[in-house]
Design a protein around this ligand. Sequence first.
Ligand code: G6Q
Length: 549
Amino acid sequence: MSKRQKSWDFLEQCAEKGKDQPLKQLFADDKKRFDKYSLHVGPILFDYSKNLITDEVMGGLFALAHEVGVSEWRERMFSGGHINMTEDRPVLHVALRNTPDNPIYVNGKNVMNLVSEELRKMKVFVEAVRSGGWRGYSGKRITHIVNIGIGGSNLGPQMVTEALSKFSDDKLQVHYVSNVDSMQIAQVLRPLNPEEVLFVVSSKTFTTRETLTNAKTARNWLLASSFDETVVPEHFVAVTANPQNAIDFGLPEENIFELWDWVGGRFSLWSAIGLPIALTLGYEKFEELLAGARAMDEHFLTAPLEKNMPVIQALVGIWNSNFMGAQAQAILPYNQSLHMFSAYLQQADMESNGKSVDWDGNAVPHRTGSIIWGQLGINGQHAFYQYLHQGQNIVPADFIGAVESSTTVKGHHEYLMANFFAQTQALMNGIDEEQVREELRAKGKTKDYIDNLVCHKVHQGSRPTNSILLETIDAFSLGSLLALYEHKIFVQGVIWRVCSFDQWGVELGKELAGHILPQLEKNGKVAQQDSSTMGLINHYKKVRAEQTS
Ligand code: G6Q
């Protein structure tokens, strides 16, 4: 923060004053706490009442949002302002789900024309593949899609196809290859028949080594069956902002779906990067996903900050992290469909806000992005929840679930959701010494036994959670949920003044791997590295030579 906001000081005072206030006391003092600190937008109910917030705190947080100009930044994003400062680009994933009659201009050009044109091309292609009009080289129908891509060109589409798999009509099976470890592609391809496989090579830059290596292996696998290079276009399409490299790979222009430099990789599932979603679920489902995101975009753009779900989620996160001292944020879905959601969010959030300097290049004097982690909540209960309840660090958690069960199987969903509600309650209330003693006395335990055990059974409580309850997990709701988190990330970046839309931290390792690769490939010891890296490389080369001799 170049200039410290008045509200920041005020919030620090609030934190000092309220830090020992038990959360359960706040509930006891105000019976309307849930009504006050929850809101409903479209299919999403967002309950943030189980955070250590008061009216005073929320007032301070809204004042902060106004002071830093969240509304102006929001406007700037939606109108194509170059808010990706270090790369001097607009940030327009919102254009990908915007309606064509609502123009957005980049350098004087209405990008909605480009978006509509690409969506039309996607629709035609998806329908051709799904209907069997598009065939493999031997005339067989395409039955399997293999998406080759990594990072933003993998996590979003894979998470969504997993989340919505119950809507698939099984015309096409989708597989994802992201790892350059040959184990993954070998396992994916082993049971498949090349005549029936369509590869989607997704890479915004079309320079990513992992993806290009996998694409080349896939191409060789096809050619080992077809013995004919001319059939490659029947089995490969590409999604990229660098069409020339896809052409050099051997694809005709009509097999190339475009995205643009104003779409960040981790925000790109709404573009043709989402092709595997549309291929497996049908184009209409993809449209529903876009519509859900659009509904959240409209809410985010038009609702006052005080009634704005992504803004509130961002502010509560800022409160927990910057004023209450939390370093991490757990993402805990209570729905099997969302089993990849925390992995997806880890990239979306940490790659965006895991930064240490501000827009002016100064060190940020307070904490920025949180460590995002998690997994399915019900599994986590039997694994790491111990830490959430009694560990030394307080980890705020987002609980995410749906009212409707994903199947008609009886006897599961109520139990699942009972755990969701019970866990947020336990984290809030905890259990104090007197309650523990009472419980053990009621079980007939001796005084000595109770005295020894009591301190181990006490739970402090006051551990903050958000509860996000969807009506159901469908394409529309999922679109809204993803857009909610995207905008939360954006708002936090504005408050922290970090460049949320670049990822220089990803580039350095890529560059060094490029230097080390030739050293692994050539014979003899290496000498120009630091002693650790040199020791590792030389050990690797020695053992590898023994293994392959
Ligand atoms: C996302 C990042 C990064 C990117 C991958 C793949 O925002 O930029 O995760 O998506 O490195 O890049 P390509 O799509 O260019 O292959």
